[in-house]
Each structure stands twice: as structure tokens, then as C-alpha cells.
Design a protein around this ligand. Structure first.
Ligand code: 3PG
Ligand code: MG
Length: 398
């Protein structure tokens, strides 16, 4: 793969794919790590007097121009975090506008392009469009690992027409995740949570073959509990995946992978119920909704962490955005924080909610690497190379 060390980009027009799909609450960015992530590559490109056009998606406007999804709001944070006085803004990809802006820009200047998902050509892969845009640039840089699992025009299309180069952060993500997986030391454990088992089936099936223990929490554990004929009351389930949950358990047995399922939980009547009820699994009543794992299960998981040489974490074990159902997730983060370095446990976490829980508890220190990718992190752990990374590898323009 060409990268910013082995491929020189100087005085060029650069089309730079970032992932500026940052989390926003009430108009405020709650985590700026995806902006920080591109800083290293952008600095190098500026230093070499390139004109840099940053392209990104934000949300899912589905090819429509929807004001709420405009990327304009991010300009000032982008300028602040990247330390750039003024970043130009291009409101669409009309060729005459690109040319006009490019002429206005000095070498070493940066322009942000409006949300690429405002373009119909983005998500359906349009090679004619990709070619027309690519013709206006010298090179394409992909520094958006977290979006590289999408086979979209700005991820895989431009790489068909001009030299395509891996950005520093994309490389860092791949190197860290791969080195974690390739340097496996047993006993190792994975903590997998999140609301839906449907999005984690492939992951679980792949991890079972590599991990000694997998702890399952979050809404997805409910389907396993139901598959084991437990009464789970009014909890979220995916009924059509009961069979799948049983298959996963069988496979785990075959591979000698210990599955930890909740033996106790914290329930509410609904997600907004602030008076939680503690329940052993056998005690759940029909109007209970499981919203977190209980203290005994949390203790099992924490003991297992301490006895592991490697810990992989993806997905909160409770409905952690709703207090007090963030308790077990926070405790797991704290256990990793206070033990990982001391006990030399190699730790990796990824996924928006997981990282946000880790940051909230100030537990970043406990992790060897935090991936800022969600879906792309999952797919990589499933053993699938992202289309965006394949496009970089296959690119042979010089
Ligand atoms: C993400 O936030 O996971 C990436 O930016 C990809 O976004 P998407 O799931 O809307 O494709
Ligand atoms: Mg996503």
C-alpha cells in the first residue's frame, strides 16, 4: 500500500477522504477524536505545499441536500484542532466550483467539501462521476478507516482513476488492530455488548475460534437468555435469532470458548425508569425490562479480565446512555483502567459507545489502543478486509 512515508506528494491537488462523522448532541461535538485523527496526515500534506480538499460524509442524508446534515458547522472545530487559520468551504462538487476554488487557494491551503452524501452518486458507486472528479486532482488519500467498510464512491471509486494513498490514521488503525489479533496470548477474553445480536453474529462466530472467553452483555444477551428458556420479561429481543444464538453456543462449546451470560441483571419498567430493580435471572417478572447486567455478572467479568492476557471490548454491557444503566459498563472500564498496565494485559477497544464509556470514566489509560471506528472495526474483527483498504492495495497508479 502506498502511504505518506513511501510516496511523495508535493505541490499537488489532493482529494482527501476523512471521516468527520462526529457525534453531536444539541449542536455540540461530544468527541473530537475523528478530527484529531487526520491531523498527522493533513500536517504533512500542508508542509509539502499541497492543496488539500477534504471530503467526508456526515449522518445519512441519503443523497438529498438536508440542512441539518451540512458539514459547515464543523469548520471552526476543524480549523481549531488542525491549527489552520482559515479553511475554505465548497458547497458542492460541481466541476466549475471545484476549479474556481482551486484557483483561489494558495499552496498548503485546505478546503472542506460539503457532505458527500448530499450527492446521489456517493452511495450507489458511480464510476463516471468518480472519474470526472478524479480528473481534477492528482492524488487521492484515504484517512477514513472508520468509513472504509462502505463501498461508496468516495471510498473505493476515486482509487480507480488516480494514485491512492493510505493516510497515517488509516494505517495506524490497521496496524494496531492487526497486531492485537496476530499476537494472541491465551487466556484471552472478548467483551461483546450492544443492543442487537443481529449486528454481532459474524463477529461472535469469528471470535469464538480465537478467544478463551467471551462475555456477552447488552440487549443482545437477552436473545441468548431466551434461547436458554429464561424468562426475560419485557426485554428487547430478536426472536428470529434464537436458533442462531443456540448455534453460537454450540460452536463455543466445540472450540472450548467459555461464554459468560448474565446471571443477574438490573431492570426498569422502561428505558426512562430511574428506579431500577435488581433481579437474579430466575426472578425476572413479565413487566421487567433488562437494562444492565447485575453485580454478580459484573464481578465474573472483572475477575476474568484480571486473569486474561488480552482483552478485546466492543459494545456496552447495559443501556449506558441512560443512567443508572451505565453502571456495569463503567465498572468494566474502571477495572481495565486499574489493572491492564499493572498486570500487563494487552487491551483493545472500539465502537462509538464503547469509546464514549471509556472516556467518560477516564479509562483511556488502560487501553493499548482505542479504535475510533464502529462498523469498520467490527467488520475488520470479523476477518473482512474493508473495501476501502482493498482499493488502496489494488491501486497501481504512480
Ligand atoms: C461510522 O460512524 O461508523 C462511520 O462514519 C460510517 O457511517 P455509516 O454507518 O453511516 O456508514
Ligand atoms: Mg455507524
Amino acid at each position: 500500500m502506498k502511504n505518506l512515508e513511501n510516496y511523495k506528494i508535493k505541490n499537488k491537488k489532493v482529494l482527501f477522504r476523512a471521516d468527520l462523522n462526529v457525534p453531536v448532541i444539541d449542536g455540540l461535538i461530544t468527541d473530537t477524536s475523528r478530527i484529531l485523527a487526520i491531523k498527522s496526515s493533513i500536517k504533512k500534506l500542508i508542509l509539502n505545499k499541497n492543496k488539500i480538499f477534504i471530503i467526508s460524509h456526515f449522518g445519512r442524508p441519503n443523497g438529498e441536500i438536508i440542512k441539518n446534515f451540512s458539514l459547515k458547522f464543523i469548520l471552526s472545530s476543524l480549523e481549531g484542532i488542525l491549527g489552520i487559520e482559515k479553511i475554505h468551504f465548497l458547497k458542492n462538487l460541481e466541476i466549475k466550483n471545484i476549479i474556481k476554488t482551486e484557483v483561489e487557494m494558495q499552496s498548503g491551503e485546505v478546503c472542506l467539501i460539503e457532505n458527500i452524501r448530499f450527492q446521489k452518486e456517493e452511495e450507489k458507486i458511480d464510476y463516471k462521476f468518480a472519474e470526472n472528479i478524479s480528473n481534477l486532482f492528482d492524488v487521492y488519500v484515504n484517512d477514513a478507516f472508520s468509513a472504509s467498510h462502505r463501498n461508496h464512491t468516495s471510498i473505493t471509486g476515486f482509487a480507480k482513476f488516480i494514485p491512492a494513498i493510505a493516510g497515517d490514521h488509516l494505517l495506524k488503525e490497521i496496524n494496531n488492530i492487526d497486531s492485537f489479533l496476530q499476537n494472541s496470548k491465551k487466556p484471552n477474553m472478548a467483551i461483546i455488548g450492544g443492543s442487537k445480536i443481529s449486528s454481532k453474529i459474524n463477529l461472535l462466530n469469528n471470535l469464538i475460534e480465537q478467544f478463551s472467553t467471551i462475555a456477552i452483555g447488552g440487549g443482545m444477551a437477552n436473545t441468548f437468555l431466551l434461547a436458554n428458556k429464561k424468562n426475560i420479561g419485557n426485554s428487547l429481543i430478536e426472536e428470529n435469532l434464537i436458533e442462531e444464538a443456540l448455534n453460537i453456543q454450540l460452536k463455543a462449546k466445540k472450540y472450548n470458548c467459555k461464554l459468560i451470560l448474565p446471571v443477574d441483571v438490573v431492570c426498569g419498567k422502561n428505558i426512562e425508569d430511574t428506579k431500577p430493580a435488581y433481579r437474579k435471572i430466575e426472578e425476572i417478572s413479565s413487566d421487567d425490562m433488562i437494562l444492565d447486567i447485575g453485580k454478580i455478572t459484573t464481578k465474573f467479568i472483572n475477575e476474568e479480565i484480571i486473569n486474561s492476557k488480552m482483552v478485546l471490548w466492543n459494545g456496552p454491557v447495559g443501556a449506558f446512555e441512560y443512567k443508572p444503566y451505565d453502571k456495569a459498563t463503567n465498572e468494566i472500564a474502571k477495572t481495565i483502567k486499574s489493572n491492564a498496565k499493572k498486570l500487563n494485559i494487552n487491551t483493545l477497544a472500539g465502537g462509538g459507545d464503547t469509546i464514549s464509556a471509556i472516556k467518560k470514566t477516564d479509562a483511556e489509560d488502560g487501553f493499548n489502543y482505542l479504535s475510533n471506528a464502529g462498523g469498520a472495526f467490527l467488520e475488520w474483527l470479523e476477518g473482512n478486509e474493508s473495501p476501502g483498504v482493498i482499493a488502496l492495495k489494488e491501486n497501481n497508479y504512480n
